[in-house]
Design a protein around this ligand. Structure first.
Ligand code: GTP
Ligand code: NA
Ligand code: MG
Length: 344
């Protein structure tokens, strides 16, 4: 691990899956928050973004992750809604992803939005792992708070283990019918050609060390092979939401997926009619481990480097739209960038 972590692009990890299978709760346990409890009707209705630093990941993963094995600064998690009416948001979240976690309730198995998420991941060619969630609901389960899955399995009765295995084999079968060769993650050698299934509980945090370990390994591989490590170019992102912010008027919550954005930069944003050309007045960054959807205490910064969630304050954003592209103009001709934004 020689590289300066600050110079590396943070991988984007999308969390996808059927409604109520536990995506937000799983993220809450990783980042130490309670976003899910504040959601109206316990339903996620927007795309979220949370930067989880490497230190948090290695703390959560315990002995399974040695931070000195990784060059990555951390992971940017994208939460998506599972309710059927939000398919546009699922596609948008999937399109942002470098890698993904497909969350499946181990008792419910494959459901319509599980299938939908899989077709998004196929279409975008996104490598993913499966979090087989809610293992604590297996009849006779003996919870082992926060333990790696193998340690927990040692403490389970034969009956509980075989009930869980039945569900897990069904899941592996469903993945295979969907065209993926899948197995328990500890038997998978190459996570890019095989899908690793990680049994977890967002309730008891069992298996979360394993899930983070697998994600770090997959990210590291993916980074080396696919990702541009140089993130010094002009920033490129997607608008998650347009929100009024006291003192700033309309602002953009953005996932920056490439390059750098700085205060004072000229940006082009997709608008209701024509692309909007404006100048960045302030960059407001959520704190580490904070969900951009619910963050109240943003930190004002001079520049933001991909990948990151950032609130951009600038004049004339009232006509900006969620889902629209954002591009920094640096050296390029404004009209050429406007044309690119118009085409996206
Ligand atoms: P949407 O975003 O609306 O699609 O839902 P979601 O996938 O984010 O699920 P959410 O986190 O809202 O969890 C749904 C319900 O399942 C909540 O009541 C959680 O407390 C519960 N839940 C989540 N994970 C677990 C788990 O591992 N075990 C148990 N027993 N309950 C869980
Ligand atoms: Na929910
Ligand atoms: Mg949710």
């Amino acid at each position: 691990s020689a590289a300066d972590p600050g110079a590396l692009r943070t991988p984007i990890v999308a969390v996808l899956g059927h409604v109520d299978h536990g995506k937000t709760t799983l993220l809450d346990r990783i980042r130490g928050s309670a976003v899910q409890e504040g959601e109206a009707g316990a339903i996620t209705q927007h795309i979220g973004a949370t930067a989880v630093p490497l230190e948090t990941i290695s703390e959560m993963a315990g002995a399974l992750v040695d931070p000195t094995d990784f060059d990555l600064p951390g992971l940017l998690f994208i939460d998506t809604p599972g309710h059927h009416s939000f398919s546009t948001l699922r596609s948008r979240g999937g399109a942002l992803a470098d890698i993904a976690v497909l969350v499946v309730d181990v008792n419910d198995g494959f459901q319509p939005q599980t299938e939908e998420a899989i077709s998004i991941l196929k279409r975008t060619g996104t490598p993913f792992v499966v979090a087989a969630n809610k293992i604590d609901t297996t009849p006779g389960w003996n919870p082992q708070e926060g333990e790696p899955i193998q340690k927990s399995l040692e403490k389970q009765s034969e009956r509980a283990t075989s009930r869980l295995n039945e569900n897990l084999y069904e899941l592996i079968g469903d993945l295979s019918s969907a065209g993926f060769s899948a197995d328990f993650y500890w038997r998978v050698q190459d996570f890019q050609s095989n899908i690793g299934v990680v049994p977890v509980s967002a309730m008891t945090m069992e298996g979360i060390p394993d899930l983070l370990t697998v994600l770090m390994g997959l990210s590291q591989r993916y980074m080396k092979e696919e990702m541009s490590i140089d993130v010094s170019g002009p920033g490129v992102g997607t608008v998650l939401e347009v929100k009024d912010e006291r003192g700033f008027g309309a602002t953009l919550d953005v996932v920056l997926y490439d390059g750098v954005v700085r205060e004072g930069d000229t940006i082009v944003v997709g608008g209701r009619d024509d692309p909007i050309v404006t100048e960045v007045r302030a960059l407001l960054q959520p704190r580490p481990n904070a969900e951009i959807r619910t963050e109240k205490r943003f930190e004002r910064v001079d520049e933001v480097r991909a990948a990151a969630g950032v609130k951009i304050a600038a004049p004339d954003l009232d006509e900006a739209m969620s889902g629209a592209p954002v591009r920094v103009v640096r050296g390029d001709d404004v009209d050429a960038v406007k044309e690119e934004v118009r085409k996206e």
